[in-house]
Design a protein around this ligand. Structure first.
Ligand SMILES: Cc1ncc(COP(=O)(O)O)c(C=O)c1O
Length: 443
């Protein structure tokens, strides 16, 4: 190239949740039977969309309007419906004008960070759902600025760490929260949310809150929606969607609710720039917006959601009870969404550990992969686990964190299979860790 065509943030865009699929696919073609526990798609893991929901979608397919463009911000009736749902929670009150639809939150996320001034930073959690942390880092052309989620305290945000970042980094303009959280499965109660809102008010920051899993909490927890704790001073963008809840990830349909837009003229202009960026694309997918109110207000919707949540609760406990006994592993029970993150204690992993791999060609591939420069110890474990057992999880270090561990989904539908997967992981960790004992490598 006669001129440099690379964006300053090009190196920041990585998505290990899907990168690991390339390795899994290669191993699969060589005869490894892969269990995909890496990606948060309930449909891919066998969840059935109920017939009544399919019928609503089928009806919409026969409506001509579903083939047309929709208004840039989204269909008015749907935005009115969404605003009504938010207002019914009794906190901040919004109207249809405060809602912008996107082609999934992935689209919303790339516009929200993409339209921010490159020098303005959003403090993101560590570990962090990569789509947020990578998009934020790419907009700034450098590493994300992170605050700690503490695995020793239910993965709650470390408020002191947040305050220190704000105090010593004047570039911080906003804070990202995910509630319930991906990758940890944590659910933040109202006091945690309120404390962050207070910090933002004191320091004139705005909030981005990803609530895509808002209605998916269990084990006696409920996550406080931002709209109920935000008050009337802090400007915020709250993200919601249908990918996980219906679940309909292939619909590519999510939205932003704007709170307290008028509190700050610069924030209002920023929101307008996001709408204008969407306008260049014309609009988001029409059909899912058309059916959203019909599906969410259907008499069977709540029951459908409840039965799914009940299964996640049961599986979260099964997973926790198996992994909590593994020496050197720190686990928290997932209380929301359908992920769980396990952390290896510092002394556990090294670069000599292995697991037996039956197929020679597979072993050669893995040995080549783990001999690469700067391979993270948890990625090394994840590769061996995949090659040895076929179980595909995501290294925790790929979620913008120094912590070593892995994220696994709770989506496997068959209970026996689920238990077997977790028991195999527990056993594999012990075998992996002990594989270098006696070779003088266990530090
Ligand atoms: C926290 C979080 N936000 C957003 C998304 C993306 O959602 P969408 O399918 O609407 O792009 C995901 C997907 O896994 C997620 O976990």
């Amino acid at each position: 190239m006669r001129t440099d065509i690379l964006h300053v943030g090009a190196d920041e865009l990585t998505y290990e949740i899907r990168n690991i699929v390339n390795v899994g696919d290669t191993l699969k073609s060589l005869g490894v039977q892969v269990n995909w526990e890496n990606i948060g798609d309930p449909i891919a893991k066998g969840e059935e969309v109920p017939t009544w929901m399919k019928e609503i979608v089928a009806e919409a397919v026969y409506e001509n309007q579903s083939y047309g463009y929709s208004p840039t911000k989204g269909l008015l009736e749907t935005r009115e419906f969404v605003a009504q749902c938010t207002n019914a929670r009794g906190g901040v009150q919004i109207d249809a004008d405060d809602i912008i639809f996107f082609n999934g939150l992935g689209d919303a996320i790339s516009k929200v960070y993409g339209m921010l001034k490159p020098t303005a930073r959003v403090l993101v959690p560590t570990p962090s759902y990569t789509t947020h942390s990578s998009a934020e880092a790419a907009h700034a052309g450098t590493q994300p600025v992170t605050y700690i989620l503490d695995p020793n305290h239910l993965w709650y945000p470390d408020l002191e760490d947040i305050e220190n970042h704000i105090k010593y980094n004047p570039a911080v303009a906003g804070i990202l929260m995910l509630n319930p959280d991906n990758p940890t499965g944590a659910v933040y109660p109202a006091d945690v949310m309120r404390a962050i809102v207070e910090i933002c008010e004191k320091n004139e920051l705005f909030i981005i809150c990803d609530e895509i899993y808002q209605n998916m909490t269990y084990n006696g927890t409920t996550s406080a929606p931002l709209c109920t704790v935000i008050g009337d001073k802090v400007p915020a963008l709250c993200m919601r969607g249908i990918s996980k809840e219906m679940p309909w990830p292939g619909s590519r349909c999510g939205w932003i609710e704007v709170y307290n837009r008028r509190r700050d003229p610069m924030f209002a202009t920023y929101v307008n720039s996001i709408i204008n960026a969407k306008m260049l694309e014309v609009c988001s997918t029409t059909l899912p917006q058309m059916v959203l109110p019909r599906i969410k207000s259907h008499p069977l919707y709540q029951e459908h959601l409840k039965s799914r949540i009940k299964r996640y609760e049961r599986f979260s406990n099964l997973a926790y009870n198996i992994l909590k006994n593994v020496k050197g592993l720190l686990v928290n029970r997932a209380n929301g969404a359908f992920y769980m993150s396990a952390v290896f204690e510092e002394w556990v992993l090294n670069h000599q550990q292995t697991l037996p791999i039956e197929i020679d060609e597979v072993r050669e591939i893995i040995e080549r992969l783990v001999s690469g420069p700067n391979i993270q110890p948890d990625k090394r474990f994840v590769y061996y686990l995949l090659a040895s057992t076929g179980i595909c999880v995501v290294p925790l270090s790929s979620f913008a964190t120094e912590l070593q561990g892995f994220r696994i989904t709770l989506l496997e539908k068959e209970e026996d299979e689920f238990v077997q997967i977790f028991e195999t992981i527990a056993d594999s960790i012990t075998r992996y860790v002990n594989s270098s004992v006696g070779r003088g490598h266990c530090s």
